[in-house]
Design a protein around this ligand. Structure first.
Ligand code: SAH
Ligand code: SF4
Ligand code: F3S
Length: 485
């Protein structure tokens, strides 16, 4: 996955996805994505639907006829960022009265037509399950009306829509395997903005992976809010729907996708501690192209807090899942999400989060201050009673500890030989490439004759706190050194 990037990615919020440059003439679409990878993946579906409707995408906001913001509601600051962006766009609309602006994604779903009233410059509001309706809605808007569709669906998976890949490096891609979430964690807005959980037809997933591989892609990330609860041909109660067809759960799906080609790396996000099975871990252990990296959000290290969060597991259960990972894949990298200052969190409970982090020693973590979200269980049942300043203090402790662990983990990966998938030029030095090893660690090395999309062998010799640097070596030498695949 991209630098510091999984379900939620603060760093990429606000960054424009790089739409393909459009054909001359015709209507031009500028699409900007915020929030989690699911939103970035959805933007590729939106681009596909609107390309079929005659739009071409542009990277240049100035020449756009239609600007769409694919938005996130996960924390209040995610929504504030969109509001600022809308204010900023006002000028563009003044210069070009024909310009239309639309809101897609989770904030559209949460606020619906209120957005039209609140934010006067919005012409179009479309929720995550209504993108097929975009051509009609956009026509309405072009006719001078406002248009809204925020209907959620129990079935929509956009299974057969071929996404227009907006990241034009052509090496790594996302594949959505399911949508929505049925978990109702008490802090979380996602069940309200994304609706009920539904899984996508495995054949369409495998076909998409195969197509990507044929086009030169070498890594796919399977996306869902809770990938461990992926299921096909079986209902929520475990009753098989069609006896003549196989049941496909996440373990079988990973097996199928990893069979596309041994040179196609497969990652996934996000695992849920309450649902992650040993079977999934065993499939991962069996195959080199299933990357040895698991993002397993813990949220809190104290069972009472976890209970208030309605996470469905205790501290002990979580640590048992970590033990299972270590038993089945001793070298697997593990990352997490942590929330500081949830409703009623005492200092003792906060200390337990620190102690759990010390026990697990995560490679990486995304860490947040609790932000109360309208309509959630926590908003209705509990008081958001940890003062802002105290949340900040707890969060800094969590971040400082994680930095220590991340540094330690990076150092431990130095001096070894890895098979690295080359992604593209390094951000800091155009003479160097960057790629990743199976553990999702970024490795930088001199370009030589390597090409993006190629696998190379690199011996790491040096590192900063999160980036490894190394030298490319020949395959024979890598084999002799017992490289990590
Ligand atoms: N489905 C994934 C996470 C989706 S949201 C899972 O269950 O793990 C990504 C992360 O945002 C969560 O793991 C959580 O750490 C954080 N988050 C969600 N709601 C939040 C809130 N109200 N305040 C602060 N952080 C929140
Ligand atoms: Fe939100 Fe919980 Fe669903 Fe994750 S599992 S999306 S945190 S409700
Ligand atoms: Fe993703 Fe944000 Fe929605 S995290 S699911 S875009 S609320």
């Amino acid at each position: 996955m991209r630098p510091g990037n999984h379900t939620i990615d603060e760093q990429r919020q606000g960054e424009a996805v790089g739409p393909r440059s459009g054909k001359e003439g015709g209507r031009k679409l500028y699409l900007e994505s915020y929030g989690c990878q699911m939103n970035f993946s959805d933007s590729e579906i939106v681009a596909s639907i609107l390309t079929d409707a005659g739009y071409s995408t542009t990277r240049n906001q100035e020449e756009a006829d239609l600007i769409l913001l694919n938005t996130c509601s996960i924390r209040d600051n995610a929504e504030q960022r969109i509001r600022h962006r809308l204010q900023h766009l006002k000028g563009g609309k003044r210069n070009n009265p024909k310009l239309k602006v639309g809101i897609l994604g989770c904030m559209a779903e949460r606020l619906r037509d209120k957005l039209l009233e609140e934010e006067k410059l919005v012409d179009l509001v479309v929720g995550p399950d209504a993108y097929r309706d975009l051509p009609r809605l956009v026509d309405e808007v072009e006719g001078g009306q406002k248009a809204v569709n925020t209907l959620l669906s129990r079935e929509e998976t956009y299974a057969e829509i071929q996404p227009v890949r907006l990241d034009d490096k052509g090496v790594t891609a996302f594949i959505s395997i399911m949508r929505g979430c049925d978990n109702m964690c008490s802090f979380c807005v996602v069940p309200f903005t994304r609706g009920r959980e539904r899984s996508r037809d495995p054949q369409s997933i495998v076909a998409e992976a195969r197509d990507l591989f044929a086009k030169g892609y070498r890594e796919v990330t399977l996306l869902g809010q809770n990938v461990d609860s992926y299921k096909w041909n079986v209902d929520a109660k475990g009753i098989v729907k069609d006896e003549t067809q196989p049941v496909v759960r996440f373990a079988q799906l990973m097996d199928l996708v990893s069979d596309v080609d041994p040179d196609l790396r497969v990652r996934f996000s996000t695992s849920h501690p309450k649902d992650m099975t040993d079977e999934v871990l065993e499939v991962m252990a069996r195959k080199d192209n299933l990357c040895k990296y698991i993002h397993l959000p813990v949220q809190s290290g104290h069972s009472d807090v976890l209970k208030r969060m309605n996470r469905g597991y205790t501290r002990d259960w979580y640590l048992d899942r970590i033990a299972a990972i270590r038993r089945i894949m001793p070298d697997c990298a593990i990352s997490t999400d942590v929330i500081a200052g949830f409703c009623g969190e005492t200092t003792e409970e906060h200390e337990e989060t620190l102690s759990l982090m010390k026990e697990v020693r995560y490679e990486m973590a995304y860490m947040f201050k609790y932000s109360e979200r309208p309509r959630t269980l926590a908003e209705r049942k509990f008081e958001d009673d940890v003062p802002e300043e105290e949340k900040g203090r707890r969060l800094s402790e969590i971040i400082a500890l994680q930095q220590e662990h991340s540094r330690e983990r990076t150092a431990a990966q130095c001096g070894k030989v890895y098979r690295v998938l080359v992604e593209g030029p390094s951000k800091k030095n155009a003479e160097e490439f960057q790629g990743r090893n199976t553990y999702n660690s970024v490795i930088v090395f001199p370009k030589g004759d390597a090409q993006p999309g190629q696998y190379v062998y690199v011996r790491t010799t040096d590192h900063t706190s999160v980036t490894l640097r190394g030298e490319r070596i020949a395959e024979a030498e890598a084999q002799e050194a017992g490289y990590i695949a």
